[in-house]
Design a protein around this ligand. Structure first.
Ligand SMILES: [Zn+2]
Length: 217
């Protein structure tokens, strides 16, 4: 009953509307039908991590509206936007049928974390953890506050993140396990590659996959 009343009050003050075009909706959902149809699917890609490890990367959609707005979200609670990204990944990528034991979010440098107050990749990872029942583990640490990848030229991006990460887990505990690396956005793939390289070199995984909310294509 209390839940119903709270829901009615919420409907009254914040009636469901499309997060992109603001049109009112008859039920609470993220986008109206026509905005949701703008989501552009994107084929998976593969990053070469080591001689023995190729890492498939799956994306929920191409980096364009309406998903772009969730990634750079300022207009809404950013945490809510991150949960939505996690749900979209679950619905729109093969992540539910992938084999993995642990989820590894791409870390932020502590200074950027302190400034933003949260890590979008971490929240997406937690959403996937809730769905899959697999734990989120912190195995990689960002030791350099790299320039925002978007402000660096494509050629410099690999160099920019090359030494930005170190492995910080227990190598023996995770040896031979399978991992899912998670981030919000993939552009050149350099960040995903160097996070994965730390995991591969330290844990010699059985399998390594990556999943992102969106990918620039
Ligand atoms: Zn709409």
């Amino acid at each position: 009953m209390v839940h119903l009343i709270t829901q009615l009050i919420a409907q009254l003050f914040d009636p469901p509307h499309c997060a992109l075009c603001n049109i009112f909706l008859s039920q609470r959902q993220l986008w109206c039908h026509s905005c949701a149809q703008q989501l552009r699917p994107v084929v998976s890609t593969t990053l070469s991590i080591s001689a023995a490890h190729q890492m498939p990367v799956f994306a929920a959609a191409a980096y364009a509206e309406p998903i772009k707005q969730l990634i750079i979200s300022k207009w809404w609670s950013q945490r809510v936007a991150s949960w939505q990204l996690g749900d979209l990944i679950w619905q729109r990528t093969p992540v539910s049928v992938l084999e993995f034991d642990y989820i590894v979010p791409v870390p932020l440098h502590w200074r950027r974390y302190a400034w933003r107050g949260y890590n979008q990749a971490q929240i997406i990872a937690q959403t996937i953890s809730k769905q899959s029942g697999k734990p989120v583990v912190k195995l990689v640490k960002r030791v350099t506050a790299t320039e925002q990848q978007s402000s660096v030229s494509v050629e410099m991006r690999d160099k920019n993140v090359r030494d930005a990460f170190i492995f910080c887990g227990d190598k023996e505990q995770y040896r031979g396990a399978s991992f899912l690396i998670v981030d919000d956005l993939m552009t050149t793939g350099a960040t995903l590659k160097w996070v994965a390289k730390n995991v591969v070199d330290s844990c010699h995984p059985q399998k390594i996959n990556a999943v992102v909310a969106a990918r620039t294509v």
